[in-house]
Design a protein around this ligand. Sequence first.
Ligand code: NI
Length: 168
Amino acid sequence: MAMRNIREEGDSILLKHCRPVTDFNRRLHVLLDDMRDTLLDADGVGLAAPQVGVLRRAVLVMDTNREDLSPEEQIIELVNPEIIETEGEQEGKEGCLSVPGVYGIVKRPERVRVRAQDRFGKWFEAEGTGLTARCFCHELDHLDGHLFTERAERFLTQEELEEMNREQ
Ligand code: NI
């Protein structure tokens, strides 16, 4: 296992469309393990393969609603994920490990259901509300070359960010 470099906005790899994963081999497992290490180290809530320079449809999402689990256990690995159902709407703060220090207000569905393959190729479904639903949408956007900065209604000012940090 190893840490990988997180690509930042301005790197054209973040704007590219990712290809489906077809081989559920050791190479994929090493990628997912490295992504896990990188995500936990960066203290994020999600990470997509293109953010570590790999143009394949694989993401990690932390199910932060599961407070009974450790951060490591909260990680859901999603290979070739697709959104199959959404419900409601939420508006809230969003950021990205590839756009450090920038936060915007983004509208997302309140509840999202996804279908994906696990690291062995087995299909499964997962569902999230609130931050987890937001995260599913955000990470899947990365696979099609979209950053949250395109979707933000507005960006938070330094003052607002300081205010939020004080409240935490
Ligand atoms: Ni992101």
